[in-house]
Design a protein around this ligand. Structure first.
Ligand code: ZN
Length: 199
């Protein structure tokens, strides 16, 4: 389905039925998608075009599965930034791929009735989440610097959220994100960047 940008009238490609936020490729206006309607989100977003392992629309292979990046958020965490790519797989599922310089982690949302409260977690603490035995390896705040492409979440530029990394054996990583209105958990693994091959 193609939509038109309410700011510049240009076409806005829209591949994902669950996309909620799309940046107009012509004028960089951020657009909300709601019930097949498109609404100006009232801000522009652009991400500095520095070298990146991924490119929107350019497929890559990881361990025999083909993925296509649809969009990304960029977050500042004080000592630098990371990108969170929203990626669709040829298996039909979608996931997040986070890139912090050379480190890459693939994660999917995890259903959990309740997450450990941010205030109660401290660095080095061990805890069990679901069946995973984990250790708190990072606890910090981050701020959204911008985004591009198509995304399934609406996060404003400048919006801040707390996050905690919970690490387990064999590269297991759970990330808990604390927003003012919700807490989300993502579960996945660190992956070897050399196994990511552009198609
Ligand atoms: Zn536009």
């Amino acid at each position: 389905m193609d939509l038109n940008c309410p700011n510049c009238g240009g076409g806005v490609p829209h591949n994902l039925k669950y996309a909620k936020l799309v940046v107009c490729p012509q004028c960089q206006t951020s657009l909300f998608l709601e019930d097949d309607a498109v609404r100006n989100a009232g801000e522009r977003s652009a991400i500095a075009d520095d070298p990146s392992i991924f490119t929107i629309g350019l497929p890559f292979d990881y361990r025999g599965v083909a993925y296509v990046p649809h969009g990304r958020f960029r977050f500042d965490y004080g000592q630098g930034y990371w990108d969170e790519w929203w990626v669709g797989a040829d298996t039909g599922e979608a996931l997040w791929v986070s890139v912090d310089e050379g480190d890459i982690v693939m994660q999917k949302p995890m259903e959990l009735k309740s997450a450990p409260p941010y205030e109660r977690l401290s660095l080095g603490q061990t805890l069990k989440v679901g069946s995973d035995q984990l250790k708190v390896t990072e606890k910090n705040w981050s701020r959204c610097l911008g985004y591009e492409g198509e995304l399934p979440e609406v996060i404003a530029v400048g919006e801040e959220h707390g996050y905690v990394h919970l690490s387990g054996p064999n590269g297991l990583l759970l990330t808990v994100e604390y927003y003012s209105d919700k807490t989300q958990i993502f579960r996945g693994h660190w992956i070897d960047p050399f196994e990511v091959k552009t198609l």
